[in-house]
Design a protein around this ligand. Structure first.
Ligand code: FAD
Ligand code: NAD
Length: 447
C-alpha cells in the first residue's frame, strides 16, 4: 500500500510516525510539505520572542532525516497544487519548479491552518505581521529589535495575541492589545476568569482596548504608522494580527465534504467523505465530547492525536478517536488559567442549558507558609438536565494546571456532578486541603 501525506507539521508527523512504526514493512510513504522546516512548536514563539527561553532551536523536535531513516520519502519546499481524487494522484511542484506526481492508495491531508487576515485598507504596508510559521515568528522577533519600533498594536486578544503581547512587553515595548470582545480570551473563559487576566495584563503595563474593531492600518512611505479603529486612532510602529486561524482545505474543496468554517468534515476515525482520504489536524474537524457533536478546535495537542488515529485507520486498523475537550492553558506574567470543555457562555451559544458552580479557596491549608500558598478559583459547568460535567475553568498564581486533565477525562467519560462529590482526593498539606476546592465546589453545586 502507498500512503501520501500532505503537510508534515504536527498532524502529518504523528501520522507518518504511526505508519512507519506500525505498518512500515512492505508499504510506501511519501511526505510532502511546502515549508522549508517541519515540527516547529509555535507555542514557544512568545517564549523565545519574549526572551523567556534562550533561542528557537529547541522548538523543532524532528527533522527530515528521521523519516528517511525509517524508509519514507520526504520532500520539503514542495507545494501540492492539486489532487485528482478519481485517479488518486497528487500533483506537486518543488521550489525549483520541478513537477512531481505521486499516486496513492490512501491519502492523508494534514494541510493545517493559516492566520485569518483582516481585509483592511493599508494591509500591504511594512510592519504588519501574522504569527503562525517559524518564519513569521522570526519576522516579529526582528521587528521588535528595530530601532524606533517602540509601540506595538496586537489585534486579537485570544491565545496568540495575549502571549505575544506579554512577549513584546517583556522586550520593553508599549503594547496596545485590541479585541472585538469585551474581554481577553473570550472564547475560552467566562468573564469572571478572563477579567483576572485583563487585570493582570493592565498591571503589567499592557494597554487593553476591548470592544474595539480595527478599521484601517495607517501608513507613511509604505510603512505602518498607526491603527484606526471604530473608537479611535493610535500611533503604532508595528502591528501583529492574531484574530484566529482558518483551516487550509482548498485541495479538497470541490470533492470533500466540509464543515461550516471550511474544515474537512471527518468521522471519528478521521476519514473524509472519500473513503481513501483522511484529514487530520487543523485542516479537519474533531468530535467534541462536551457538545456531543462535530467541532473545530485548532490545537497542536488535537493535531497529534488526530494524526495517530487517522493513520491507524488509513492503514486498515479501525479505531475511533476519543474526541476532544479543547483543553487548554495559558500562563502570562505568572498568572495561570486553564480550561476544558464549555464555558457557560459557550454552552449558551451551543444552546445547551447548563448550570455552574464557583468556588474559591487557598490551595494549601492556612498554616502553610504564605509565600507557598495562593488562592485558586474554580468553575465547574454541568448540564441542567442530568448534571453531566461539560466544562471547567481554573485560575491561580499556583500551578494547579494538572487538575484540568481530570476534568477533561470527566467530560470525555460523561461523568455527572455526583461522581465528583465524594471522589477520593488525597490530602497532604504540601499539596492541598482536606476540604479541597474540587470537593467543596461539587458538594455545594445546585443539582
Ligand atoms: C504562536 C502559536 C502558538 C500556539 N500555541 C499552542 C499551544 O500552546 N498549544 C497547542 O496545542 N497549540 C498551539 N498552537 C496551535 C498549533 O500550532 C496548531 O494547532 C498546530 O500547528 C496544528 O498542526 P497541523 O499539523 O494540523 O497544522 P500546521 O501546523 O498548520 O501544519 C500544516 C502543514 O501543512 C503544510 N501544507 C499546507 N498546505 C500544503 C500544500 N498544499 N502543499 C504542501 N504542504 C502544505 C504547511 O506548510 C504546514 O507545514 C499555537 C499556534 C501558534 C501559531
Ligand atoms: N496556549 C495555547 O493553547 C495556545 C496558544 C496559542 C494559540 N493556540 C491556538 O491557536 C489558534 C489560533 O490562536 P488565535 O489567538 O489566533 O485565535 P483565538 O481564537 O484564540 O483568538 C482570536 C481572538 O481574536 C478576536 N477577534 C476576531 N476577529 C477580530 C477582529 N476583527 N478584531 C478584533 N478582534 C478580533 C476574537 O475575539 C478572539 O479573542 C487557536 O485555536 C488557539 O487555541 C493555543
Amino acid at each position: 500500500m502507498k500512503f501520501v501525506i500532505v503537510g508534515t507539521n504536527h498532524a502529518g508527523i504523528a501520522a507518518a510516525n504511526t505508519i512507519l512504526d506500525n505498518y512500515g514493512e512492505g508499504n510506501e510513504l511519501v511526505m510532502l510539505d511546502r515549508n522549508s522546516n517541519l515540527s516547529y512548536l509555535g507555542c514557544g514563539t512568545a517564549l523565545w520572542v519574549g526572551r523567556q527561553i534562550d533561542g528557537y532551536e529547541g522548538l523543532f523536535y524532528t527533522k527530515p532525516e528521521d523519516f528517511e531513516a525509517k524508509g519514507a520519502k520526504i520532500s520539503l519546499e514542495t507545494n501540492v497544487e492539486k489532487v485528482d481524487f478519481d485517479k488518486k494522484v497528487v500533483y506537486a511542484k518543488t521550489k525549483d519548479g520541478q513537477a512531481i506526481e505521486e499516486a496513492y492508495d490512501k491519502l492523508i491531508l494534514a494541510e493545517g491552518s493559516a492566520p485569518i487576515a483582516p481585509n483592511l485598507p493599508g494591509k500591504d504596508l511594512d510592519g504588519i505581521h501574522f504569527l503562525k510559521l517559524f518564519q513569521e515568528g522570526q519576522a516579529v522577533d526582528q521587528e521588535l529589535s528595530k530601532e524606533g519600533v517602540d509601540t506595538i498594536a496586537v489585534i486579537g486578544a485570544g491565545y496568540i495575541g495575549v502571549e505575544i503581547a506579554e512577549a513584546a512587553r517583556r522586550r520593553g515595548k508599549n503594547v496596545l492589545l485590541f479585541d472585538a470582545e469585551d474581554t481577553c480570551l473570550a472564547s475560552y473563559y467566562d468573564k469572571e476568569f478572563s477579567q483576572l487576566m485583563d487585570e493582570n495584563l493592565k498591571e503589567n503595563g499592557i494597554e487593553t482596548h476591548y470592544g474595539e474593531f480595527a478599521q484601517e492600518y495607517l501608513g507613511e512611505n509604505g510603512r505602518v504608522t498607526g491603527l484606526k479603529t471604530d473608537k479611535g486612532q493610535y500611533e503604532v510602529d508595528a502591528v501583529i494580527n492574531c484574530i484566529g486561524f482558518r483551516p487550509n482545505s482548498n485541495l479538497g474543496e470541490d470533492h470533500l465534504e466540509r464543515f461550516g468554517n471550511g474544515a474537512y468534515l471527518v468521522n471519528r476515525g478521521f476519514q473524509t467523505s472519500d473513503p481513501d482520504v483522511y484529514a487530520v489536524g487543523d485542516c479537519a474537524t474533531n468530535y467534541s465530547n462536551a457538545l456531543q457533536d462535530t467541532t473545530y478546535i485548532a490545537l497542536a495537542s488535537n493535531a497529534v492525536r488526530a494524526g495517530i488515529v487517522g493513520a491507524h485507520n488509513a492503514a486498515g486498523t479501525a479505531i475511533d478517536g476519543a474526541g476532544v475537550q479543547g483543553s487548554n492553558g495559558i500562563e502570562i506574567f505568572d498568572l495561570k488559567l486553564v480550561s476544558t470543555g464549555l464555558s457557560v457562555k459557550a454552552a449558551k451559544k451551543a444552546d445547551i442549558p447548563v448550570k455552574y458552580v464557583d468556588y474559591e479557596d487557598l490551595q494549601l491549608p492556612g498554616f502553610m507558609p504564605e509565600e507557598k500558598n495562593e488562592k485558586v478559583k474554580i468553575r465547574i459547568v454541568y448540564t441542567e438536565e442530568g448534571n453531566r460535567i461539560v466544562g471547567a475553568q481554573l485560575a491561580s498564581h499556583y500551578d494547579m494546571h494538572q487538575l484540568i486533565h481530570m476534568f477533561s477525562l470527566a467530560i470525555q467519560e460523561e461523568l455527572t456532578m455526583d461522581k465528583l462529590q465524594l471522589l477520593d482526593i488525597f490530602f497532604l498539606p504540601h499539596y492541598n486541603q482536606p476540604y479541597n476546592y474540587v470537593t467543596m465546589a461539587a458538594l455545594s453545586a445546585d443539582k
